[in-house]
Design a protein. Structure first.
Length: 356
């Protein structure tokens, strides 16, 4: 199949996002609404600016505007400050004041957080997803995982449901996954193993190269933005459109020592803008889907699984993976309680939506 690059799509998204990135000199000239001392915060991030970071960029802009440039927040991309697997170590060492983390990059450092990577959790609806993850950021086990690294949860990255892009023989049935080398972490990787796939846990930035070298057959990423951001779509020949096997958790966390040193008005500013950060993330994901999906359909084979196939997948790789995770972690923390909390909060969100 003739391949089309998705760089033009990514570029158009980047141009739109550029309107939000960074405060202009004119905006900084406005009168401060929050008085306070000079503070400079460094936030560690790998890769390039993208939907995951757009809300934090707007937070940085608003902080500068509200304080007349006194509270400066700068996101350092491309692992300038630390690698994706070592951001928690950097926070513990007080090397920077905040960071993006993804649970699957260091499962041993955040075992309770791996609940978010279990397959088939009730997080498909964006409103439910936001409510559940916001509540879970306050769960004792989730907070405790970060406390070990002198970190505190700030906001969820609200990663969309994953889909899988790949090349080679098209897996139109569940049996088609047998033997395929699939980049998928956490419980999602375990789910794919139940289908006979071979789980790979490559860093996102190395995945495209693995395709080029023939070392990988497929990759699961948040749909569709991450596939474009990491150029998986430039290599792939087919994509799943309705597998929706699960997601994972990439969050923004803060250095607890640095946060505790902030004046109360700066702390209040950060907490009052959490919704804004998450709303902008979700809006950016939706905007990229609108741009990317037509390009996917033109350049790749679209896989649509039947309801019977999806039901079979959940039976094979749903509850069995949940039970294994709960059993493996029951002596480390209240794994059953953490798992149950996801469903409890999802039910609360659904009831609230139904009552509107």
């Amino acid at each position: 199949m003739k391949k089309k690059t998705f760089l033009s799509t990514l570029a158009s998204v980047s141009i739109s996002a550029g309107l939000l990135f960074g405060a202009t000199s004119a905006s900084l000239a406005t009168a401060a609404t929050i008085e306070g001392p000079d503070v400079f915060w460094k936030i560690s991030m790998w890769g390039n600016p993208r939907a995951l970071s757009i809300g934090m960029e707007e937070l940085a802009k608003k902080a500068a505007e509200a304080t007349d440039g006194k509270f400066k927040i700068k996101i350092f991309y491309g692992a300038q400050l630390s690698s994706n697997r070592e951001n928690l170590d950097g926070i513990k060492l007080n090397a920077f004041e905040g960071a993006a983390i993804c649970n699957f990059y260091h499962p041993g450092k955040n075992p309770a957080w791996m609940v978010f990577s279990l397959p088939f959790l009730p997080l498909g609806d964006p409103k439910v997803d936001k409510y559940v993850r916001s509540k879970m950021m306050e769960h004792p086990a989730i907070v405790a995982d970060m406390a070990k690294w002198n970190a505190m949860p700030y906001v969820s990255g609200l990663l969309p449901q994953y889909e899988i892009l790949g090349k080679g023989e098209v897996p139109t049935t569940l049996e088609g996954w047998k033997g395929k080398r699939v980049r998928a972490g956490g419980g999602l990787g375990s789910a794919m193993e139940k289908l006979g796939a071979v789980k790979q846990t490559l860093p996102a930035g190395e995945t495209s190269t693995a395709f080029q070298r023939g070392a990988l057959d497929a990759a699961a990423f948040p749909y569709t933005y991450a596939h474009v951001s990491f150029k998986i779509s430039d290599e792939a020949e087919w994509y799943t459109s309705n597998l929706a096997p699960g997601t994972s958790e990439c969050s923004w966390v803060l250095n607890k020592t640095a946060y505790d040193k902030l004046p109360d008005q700066y702390k209040a500013f950060l907490m009052e803008n959490r919704d804004m950060v998450m709303d902008m993330e979700q809006e950016a994901y939706a905007a990229q889907d609108a741009k990317n999906l037509p390009a996917f359909e033109k350049a790749m084979t679209k896989i649509v699984y039947t309801d019977d196939e999806l039901k079979r997948f959940k039976e094979i790789a749903g509850k069995p993976v949940w039970d294994e995770w709960i059993e493996a972690n029951k002596d480390k923390f209240d794994s059953q309680g953490v798992f149950d909390a996801i469903w409890k909060y999802a039910a609360e969100a659904e009831e609230a939506e139904a009552a509107k």
